[in-house]
Design a protein around this ligand. Structure first.
Ligand code: SF4
Ligand code: SF4
Length: 413
């Protein structure tokens, strides 16, 4: 986007790119506010739709269910076959399957680690690590190996424990959800009392045939019939499994479905509660502040300081000068030959080393310059001046600073 990656989280160099926009350390408050807005959005989303994020957006679940679990099923068979293989004595076939699975797991973890690293250091830097001699990138190589090892361990062994033990979002569920939140829920009013399937209709029994299919398919191994649990990642695998059994037994679908606690117990429709309204209000305010900050954000940030320890320099009889240092952060993707002009005061600017200060794309630059003012314009010890920053004829910023001059009494000496 605009010649930049869509996302980059270069923590070592404190440089972040979000949707193609660069955030420098100077923009840290915008970045912080973006994070706060995102968290409020997640809270609101969770209050309304439960743990939908975990089952459908979180990379941990998606990679686990859509990649690693699929590989496992392809090599070792379904859950029952996997159990058989686990309990079987070691044989050539078992060694082959286990080794093959873990090799593919490590390969996938290696690819994920490289992708992950690309988000931190950028694709260009990652490409250098891949193509240049190893000796030039020992740290990069170790980073890739460490990341690969961590991802391999998580997906091969730690698995859903990452959601239940490590993930703070999972831990927050109990405070974020209420009886109106939409969750994957078992309709106990319809399902209980459960009993094994029988062809004889018995109106005193519920629809649950206690087949345990919902438990077998659950990636976190919970029984959703026991109510909402922290371990549920909202993947809906139990809904599909139960609907399959309902179809087979000719019973109505959706014994397990998306519903709120109040929806199950009192058939209440989903409500836009006061809590959700409050979160929405906060979110709107944050989005407005953030939009205003982003729109007013400058592509070039500059600071001008008078050179410390120097007062002013006499330039012959009729002029006085001050020496300044300018520091510029160029957040654009083009080199800017920066020119300086005095605004609304006659006088001149002498840039040391040339007419313009070149600032490379996405880099910080600095330079020194003199401001020279005619002596008759200096009425006070300190005069406020405005320095305009120009790219060609286009003014990109204006900075106020002080000009020190001889006090009027000494002027007459
Ligand atoms: S209870 Fe159902 S939705 Fe929740 S994690 Fe298990 S299978 Fe997925
Ligand atoms: S899959 Fe449905 S019918 Fe089978 S045990 Fe679970 S809730 Fe009951």
């Amino acid at each position: 986007m605009n010649g930049r990656p869509l996302f980059l989280f270069n923590i070592p160099n404190a440089r972040f790119i979000i949707f193609g926009k660069v955030f420098w350390p100077q923009d840290f408050f915008i970045f912080g506010l973006t994070m706060v807005t995102f968290i409020i959005f997640v809270i609101l989303f969770t209050a309304a739709f439960g743990r939908l994020f975990c089952g459908w957006i979180c990379p941990q679940t998606i990679l686990m269910e859509m990649l690693f679990r699929k590989v496992e099923y392809a090599i070792e068979g379904d859950a029952a076959q996997q159990r058989l293989l686990k309990n079987a004595p070691w044989s050539g076939s078992k060694i082959l399957k286990k080794t093959g699975k873990h090799l593919v797991f490590y390969l996938l973890a290696f690819i994920i680690a490289n992708t992950f690293l690309a988000y931190i250091i950028g694709v260009a830097e990652l490409w250098k690590i891949m193509t240049e001699p190893v000796t030039q990138h020992i740290a990069g190589l170790f980073s890739i190996l460490i990341f690969s090892g961590v991802f391999y361990a998580v997906y091969a062994f730690f698995r859903e424990q990452a959601c239940t033990v490590v993930c703070p979002y999972g831990r927050l569920q109990s405070v974020l959800l209420d009886r109106n939140s939409m969750i994957v829920a078992y309709d106990y009013k319809r399902g209980e009392p459960r009993a094994k399937f029988s062809k004889k209709a018995d109106s005193s029994l519920g629809d649950c045939i206690d087949c345990l299919q919902c438990v077998k398919v659950c990636p976190t191994g919970i029984d959703i019939r026991n109510g909402t649990q922290m371990e549920c990642v909202g993947c809906t695998a139990c809904i599909d499994a139960c609907n399959h059994m309902m179809e087979k037994t000719g019973r109505p679908l959706d014994l397990i479905r998306y519903a709120s606690e109040n929806g199950i117990s009192d058939h209440e429709p989903l409500r836009y509660t006061l809590r959700m309204k409050l979160y929405t209000g906060i979110l709107c305010i944050l989005v407005m502040i953030l939009s205003a900050l982003l729109m007013s954000r400058k592509d070039v940030d500059a600071t001008i300081m008078r050179t410390p320890g120097m007062l002013y320099q006499e330039r012959g009889k009729d002029s006085v000068s001050n020496l300044y240092t300018i520091k510029i952060a160029n957040k654009t993707i083009r080199q800017i030959p920066l020119r300086l002009r005095l605004e609304d005061i006659s006088g001149k600017i002498e840039v040391i080393g040339g007419h313009a200060i070149p600032v490379k794309r996405e880099e910080e630059g600095s330079g020194n310059f003199f401001v020279v003012l005619p002596r008759q314009l200096i009425r006070n010890r300190k005069t406020t001046i405005r320095v305009g920053l120009y790219e060609g004829d286009k003014k990109i910023d204006e900075i106020r600073t002080n000009f020190l001059g001889p006090i009027p009494d000494t002027d007459n000496d």
